[in-house]
Ligand binder design. Structure first.
Ligand code: ADP
Length: 347
């Protein structure tokens, strides 16, 4: 991959609000024409990252390269190329037609305006006759989101950033937003970055997922988080391992954190195996009993994302359909999750 294939390259970014660090990204590359999903709990930094990528805000430290050029907020080159659609889209207090035509009019690009607006509306599943003359307040949440999306897509952006696009929309709108996003990527090579809590939807659209947790990024997608409180495994000075005691009596043993500030352990899904039988206990492997709560198909790779609840923790694993079949896994099934106590990272 050459630098030219990259839409974004973030280097040593950290971002603060006041003295609180909300984002820390050492290195992140986003390839042109890809669709990246951003996953993470509330407050993990997804919106902040999208705002930095939209050049709506300058990172406190570090650099953002856009197509191999360092760029800054409000640069005119960027303004016409990168567009951010927020969860509650802003519509002008005008008709749907005026909302969609607005960007083109500003650019004085008004050739075949009606036809283009009609096409843009069709792309998001809205009929021109029914919708073009509707006022901004005569739309449902899903329709308003689709109008906002059509208003962005008519400008053929190089980058479309979507912040929780399906949070307040109906399932039909969610499907149409997905379709319009994929079409933009396929026709214009648009790069999309999408934050969403709707994992099934996000996995059905994205090529790659990034997990954010406390402003840190995990590039291999969703990873498993174990939060404290933790206790020392033993009083002995030589054994610095930690344990997490679950209220159902199960105990998770974890290698010692690198330093005092580490408060959260990450167990990568590739390091967890799922089995049905307990192995003889050697004390190094965690063997946790849980049950499957969901199985989601990741359409791009054909893998199945399996979520297992272990008391009040949940773990996600990526399995192939062969693995699912050989263990006869189904939602509700009791399973064992096994991982080595040293296979954790502390943050
Ligand atoms: P997410 O989108 O994942 O919910 P955000 O990026 O909105 O996360 O927030 C990350 C952290 O930054 C949170 O702790 C939030 O309270 C804080 N934050 C976000 N915006 C501001 C702001 N303008 N001023 C101060 N703190 C903020």
């Amino acid at each position: 991959m050459t630098k030219k294939d990259l839409t974004y390259h973030l280097k040593k970014i950290s971002h603060f609000y006041g003295n609180k660090k909300v984002l820390e990204i050492d290195n992140l590359e986003i390839k042109k024409g890809t669709i990246t999903g951003l996953i993470g709990p509330n407050g993990s930094g997804k919106t902040t990252l999208l705002r930095l990528l939209a050049f709506a805000e300058k990172p406190s430290f570090g650099q953002i390269f856009y197509k191999d050029r360092q760029e800054f907020p409000f640069s005119p080159t960027i303004r016409s190329k990168v567009t951010l659609l927020t969860q509650k889209p802003y519509l002008l207090r005008r008709t749907v037609f005026e909302n969609i035509a607005y960007g083109l009019k500003i650019r004085k690009d008004i050739k075949q305006l009606e036809e283009r607006v009609e096409k843009a509306l069709n792309n998001v599943g809205l009929n021109y006759q029914n919708f073009a003359q509707r006022k901004w307040h005569e739309l449902s949440g899903g329709e308003a989101q689709r109008v906002a999306m059509a208003a962005r897509l008519i400008l053929k952006p190089e980058v479309l950033l979507l912040d929780e696009p399906t949070a307040s929309v109906d399932t039909e709108s969610a499907k149409l937003i997905r379709k319009a996003s994929l079409k933009a990527r396929d026709i214009w090579g648009t790069t999309l970055i999408i934050a969403s809590h709707d994992l099934q939807w996000l996995y059905s659209i994205s090529d790659k997922q990034l997990s954010l947790f406390k402003g840190n990024i995990f590039t291999s997608g969703m990873e498993n988080i174990i939060t404290g409180p933790f206790e020392r495994l033993s009083e002995r000075e030589s054994d610095k391992r930690f344990v997490k005691k679950l209220k159902d009596g199960q105990i998770i043993t974890l290698k010692a954190p690198q330093n005092k500030e580490c408060t959260t352990a990450i167990v990568k899904k590739k390091n967890i195996t799922i089995e049905l039988e307990k192995s003889s206990d050697n004390g190094i492997y965690n063997q946790l009993t849980g049950h499957i709560v969901s199985m989601l198909l990741e359409e791009k790779r054909g893998d199945i994302m399996v979520t297992v609840a272990v008391h009040d923790l949940s773990f996600v694993l990526r399995l192939s359909s062969d693995q699912i079949n050989s263990l006869s896994l189904y939602p509700g099934k009791k399973v064992l999750l096994k991982f080595h106590s040293s296979e954790v990272e502390w943050i």
